[in-house]
Design a protein around this ligand. Structure first.
Ligand SMILES: C[S@@+](CC[C@H](N)C(=O)[O-])C[C@H]1O[C@@H](n2cnc3c(N)ncnc32)[C@H](O)[C@@H]1O
Length: 296
């Protein structure tokens, strides 16, 4: 089961007013939402978004049954459309927004959507658990994108130092046979990077998988649009909390927050990081950082 990261810190960061209206943009199975729901109480409203239908359904079952639950809305939507979601619910503004970015432990380990280089699965990598034919998948990127575009995402989204080499190798390899599985991709990368890189503590395919996943889900575009919508969706004094897991995400949050400085203040100058005990109990938390802003 996914263990929520920086849970107390983010709930505290939202500064929840009982009876208020809050949005969890990345509900998954409700690890953060359930605590937000308890703090809001039955006079408030909680809107839970996620692209993963199964996870959202599990969250609905879990949160609906708590005593004193607030009014709940579970919406299968990309958080980039937050403004439209609220409009459809006839909600003008909200008191707080949480986004715990990236993917859950279940998505990584058991979804069979090809997020992990540890398993042999089809190259899909969509957060949407039932993507349409027209939705882009990891398989499309590695087989149909140009060498230059692949190199650009490897470098731009994950700072992969062997971006050009890996992109060239992918394009060479697909001439012989279409790349359909995670293990085919791992084998290709392993033949291209030097032994010193292959034997590092961090797996040599980590950055390539991260970059492809980010491109499949247009993670930079979604995050940028979400932050851009905050000015319109938050009440004065409303807060937004963002939990990031790698430097590309954190850089975007930091830059976008800086751009909002006329109408928002930073609640903490520095990002909040997990305590030692949290990292020991949940190693997935080790790279997490929480940034909070408040609308003035
Ligand atoms: C790290 S998990 C959230 C875990 C949750 N906070 C908890 O502790 O139980 C991130 C979730 O965000 C979802 N997600 C990622 N990008 C999204 C987007 N653009 N719109 C909606 N959901 C998204 C993923 O499907 C995943 O369920």
């Amino acid at each position: 089961m996914h263990v929520p990261v920086l849970l107390n810190e983010s709930i505290e960061g939202l500064n929840i007013s009982p009876g208020g209206v809050y949005v969890d943009c990345t509900t998954n199975r409700g690890g953060h939402s359930i605590e937000i729901a308890k703090a809001i109480g039955h006079t408030g409203t909680l809107i839970c978004l996620d692209l993963d239908q199964e996870a959202l359904k599990a969250a609905e079952e879990r949160i609906s049954s708590i005593p004193n639950a607030p009014k709940l809305h579970f919406v299968h939507s990309n958080f980039r459309s937050l403004k439209d979601v609220l409009k459809n619910l006839s909600i003008e503004r909200v008191n707080g927004v949480l986004a715990d970015l990236g993917l859950s432990s279940e998505e990584l380990d058991i979804s069979k959507r090809g997020f992990s280089f540890r398993f042999d699965e089809k190259l899909q990598m969509t957060f949407n658990s039932h993507p349409g034919e027209e939705d882009i998948k990891a398989e499309d990127i590695v087989n149909d994108w140009s060498e230059e575009s692949i190199a650009d995402i490897l470098y731009g989204f994950a700072d992969e130092r062997y971006s050009r080499k890996i992109a060239k190798g992918i394009v060479e390899s697909r001439k012989e046979k279409r790349i359909l599985t995670t293990q085919q991709l791992v084998d290709i990368i392993s033949r291209l990077v030097p032994p010193s890189y292959r034997h590092k503590k961090t797996h040599f395919a980590t950055k390539t998988f991260q970059a492809i996943r980010m491109a499949v889900n247009d993670e930079v575009g979604s995050l940028t649009e979400l932050i851009d919508s905050l000015e319109d969706v938050l009440v004065s004094g409303g807060r937004a909390c963002f939990i990031t897991f790698h430097s590309t995400e954190d850089r975007i949050v930091k830059q976008k927050f800086r751009a909002l400085k006329d109408s928002f203040v930073l609640v903490n100058k520095k990002a909040i990081v997990p305590k030692k005990e949290e990292i020991i109990n949940n190693p997935r938390a080790r790279s997490s950082q929480l940034r909070i802003i408040e609308k003035v």
